[in-house]
Design a protein around this ligand. Sequence first.
Ligand SMILES: [Zn+2]
Length: 572
Amino acid sequence: MQTRASWCRKVFAVFLAVFAAVVSARTSSQTTSSQSSQTSQTSQTASPQRHIRGQDEPTKAELLRGTYGPYRANNDLLFYHLDIRIDPTKKLVSGKNTIRFKMLQDDNRIQLDLADVLNIDKILLDTTPLHYERDSGAVFLDFPATLHSGQVYTIDFYYSGTPVQTGRFGGFTFGTDPSGHPWIYSACEGIGASIWWPNKDQWRDEVENMQISVAIPKDLVDVSNGRFMGKTDLGDGYTRWDWFVHYPINNYDVSVNIGNYQHFSDRMGDLDMDFYALPEDLEKAKKQFTQARGMIEAFEHYFGEYPFKKDGYKLVEVPYSGMEHQSAVTYGNHFANGYLERDWTGVGISPRFDFIIVHESGHEWFGNSITAADPSDMWIHEGWTTYLESMYVEYMYGKDDAIKYLNGYKPKIPNERPIITARGVNGEPPIDQYFKGALFINTLRSVVDDDARWWKLLHDFYQHFKYQNIMTEDVEQFFNQQTGMNLTPIFDQYLRHTAIPTLDLKFNSAAGTVSYRWKTDEPGFKMPVRVGKRGDWQILHATSDWQTMQTTLKQDEFDIAMDLYYVNVTRQ
Ligand SMILES: [Zn+2]
């Protein structure tokens, strides 16, 4: 399923600039001439950066993985059936992914992805074996006859091998629990789902729904995404667990969690809630996981119904901290409040709730339902979900605590690189996408300056884009249209530049005046800001140009509402 197109110019600009070089050696009969008229806006993405620290050019493998190239753009995903067997002893994954897609133009080649350490056993179109070419993680499939635009095709992609354990969350891990039972799980955000199963490994295009079948030794439990459809004894010591995902799902959310799990459940209205923990943690889980109810209640209050009701909500114990796997959120936060038993924002509020339950489940609304179309704009997942934490605090404890909680994030912000990174290279944005992203949203709230309007705006924003893949331009456009303000320079300053706005103040005590202006990278930057006396703020309509006003306050009495706006101030 493909959605949203307003950002495609910039994606294509980068794509054309870099992909051309990559594929020039290939015999590519088709062109992207229909898009070539849109390449004038190269904007800030013209020189791609890679990963968190790198300033170097992306590698060919990164481009193949990150670019929405012609052999991805020529088709639209409809359905996956991932049907695999996992052997804990041999550490082997084998089986197939059945991939259904619709062609968007006539062509005889498509691109899929599978880590090069995994074997391709065969790829079939009905019964016809397909020729393919591998290039790092990319797999180019060649069809014997032209596939026609508008037609739907189904292929079976058979593979096997041992996926690598890698990355921040483990990638794909064959582990054991403290009692010695197998504990096998996937967590592949960033690295990508193609490290353990074949798929079209990018963010823009999602299947409309998905079946996941996982055969495992019969004494183990598999929890995957979606609705549990039943299990089948395969008669050879293995049981197949079948799950069905009724909604679009991004690749990195697709997961297996295989272990000696105990199951318990709850229900909120017609929402099924299912919980899985190891036997030794069952009692702790039964107590801690009750917090899921308050989380669902808070986010449904602000945004509307839990997005994946047909699949239910699941919380699954894992040995790493946690991940937003759609409708099967994973949890490894020690059954304690805060984050890994710390006061996460350091102001005494985080210890009141379980950070992982609130944050990772918040991603059901932002990350899973609304998904960024390129990892460059991942603040749509992380900035928003970090802000959702403060919404949970506000719902539970009130606005003052929410603002205090959010401002506790300030020391975690390095402000070293812009939040939005180069598109089309599968680049990971810096940590600022979380905390600075959330403080930017808090700043927007103060610019809107009307809480009732703010909450309606956020509700409508979510409802407008739910189940879609969007880019920052879509967010900006929505907020501009709904508020009637031109917020683009504010979005751009916070998201596309390194520095935050600085309010320069010059006091003239003899004249009883203060002069003020914003110092920013964005030309035409304007932002109202509350100044003066706390409790009796006045709104300063500051711009990039110096303005002067009378004040009865002395320089050291003249305050700025620094907790409502994420800004710097200089005084002279
Ligand atoms: Zn997150």
